[in-house]
Design a protein around this ligand. Structure first.
Ligand code: NAD
Length: 232
């Protein structure tokens, strides 16, 4: 452990599952009863904006009724107490890492609680619905969409993520299926450059074989135990 200074943690929907937020790949490959292609692509938004806006309005309202769990608060503790570099790269669009107290968080797939104006490009904090086409707080245009990276769009802040992976001594993946790229490839970037790699997940993920070690179980048990171990 003494050699570890720089840590990158990748989190996915599994870390929020025990807070009551559905993961992506439930039974039948549906997400909240919708096919992903019908709600999470730019084409879907163009074809049926009301369906997509309503879907995200519901998700945005729902996450505000959920609370961070023991896995979020354990990572927040690690963030507070770890003296070296640490970056929590999350694929999640909920705000449970932040509400759990973590600060070094990067949302590579955007955030439910942001709206993005397609007229002026501004991002504004947004907690209410978008279905009625409210004006952008910056330019006034009725052109707000969820600030979510849909399939086929470029994830945010990739340079920063790859810089952190290059410097990482330890890469830990928590609650992610390893099915969505580019995040699913981060383990290989990190290990190719010498980082130790660890997976914490309910079951083996698709990329499980790339990790030095896998611990299987619910995030609310595995993550606090791992953080205790790391902080001694
Ligand atoms: P995923 O749904 O594809 O995979 C979730 C993984 O978590 C699975 O491997 C599952 O076995 C594991 N898991 C489930 N419950 C767990 C638990 N209690 N403890 C530990 N692991 C558990 O999710 P993904 O890999 O994050 O990728 C899907 C995409 O879905 C992301 O792009 C993300 O933006 C989006 N998404 C986000 C949220 C959210 O913000 N909370 C929710 C659903 C989907």
């Amino acid at each position: 452990m003494a050699a570890i200074r720089n840590i990158v943690i990748l989190t996915g929907a599994g870390i929020s599952a025990e807070s009551g937020i559905d993961t992506f790949r439930g039974a039948g490959g549906l997400w909240e009863n919708h096919r992903v292609e019908d709600v999470a692509t730019p084409e879907a938004f163009e074809r049926d904006p009301d369906l997509v806006l309503r879907f995200y309005d519901m998700r945005r309202a729902a996450i505000q009724t959920r609370e961070p769990n023991a896995a979020h608060t354990a990572l927040a503790r690690l963030d507070r107490e770890w003296r070296g570099n640490l970056l929590i790269v999350t694929q999640n669009v909920d705000d449970l890492h932040e509400r759990g107290g973590a600060r070094r968080v990067l949302h590579m797939h955007g955030e439910h609680l942001n709206a993005w104006c397609t007229a002026c490009d501004a991002r504004s904090r947004w907690t209410g619905p978008l279905i009625d086409r409210p004006p952008c707080p910056v330019c006034g245009a009725p052109a707000l969409r969820p600030d979510i990276v849909w399939f086929g769009e470029m994830p945010y802040r990739m340079e920063e993520i790859y810089d952190a992976l290059r410097a990482a001594d330890l890469f830990v993946s928590i609650g992610t299926s390893g099915a969505v790229y580019p995040a699913a490839g981060f383990v290989r970037n990190a290990r190719d450059l010498g980082a130790a790699t660890l997976e914490l997940n309910l079951e083996r993920s698709q990329g499980s074989g790339w990790f030095d070690a896998s611990r299987l179980g619910p995030a609310t048990e595995l993550v606090p135990a791992w953080v205790d171990e790391l902080l001694g």
